[in-house]
Design a protein around this ligand. Sequence first.
Ligand SMILES: [Zn+2]
Length: 159
Amino acid sequence: MNINFCTQCGKPLTYKTIGDEGEQKYCECCNKFYFDNPASCVLIAIINENNQVLLLKQNYISTKNYTLCSGYLKKGDTLEETGQRVISCEYVQSYYFAPKNLIMTGFIAYVKASEFGSSNEVDGLMWVDLDKAVTMVERENNYSGVHLDNCIEILKRTL
Ligand SMILES: [Zn+2]
């Protein structure tokens, strides 16, 4: 979130240097610093027992390509939107998505495929073989492709 006015007194923010953090937004009236903290979200390659990855179609992202499961973490959220129960989960790496000031935490999750849950934000869910998935996944303005590639490297090492 980009904050330009103090949330307490409403005055425009200025800049002030604070230690190692450098120049940060500041309200002189309330003596309060503001940080443009990135939002956080998860990006998950969900892999089933047949070595297939779960791809999503979300028409607001792309009408042509698919993405991995991802989502903002908001107050009160749960992580079970696809209806899959995770057997084990491994942290892979994080990605900083500058256009949206977003820190994406990338995981690989192993599941036994079960019936899909329903979500209003999803226009399609499907299991896809990994070699086919790399050609279907969105790579423009999206970290799905990079994360899938990283996860496939991990899967190769553990096979
Ligand atoms: Zn203020």
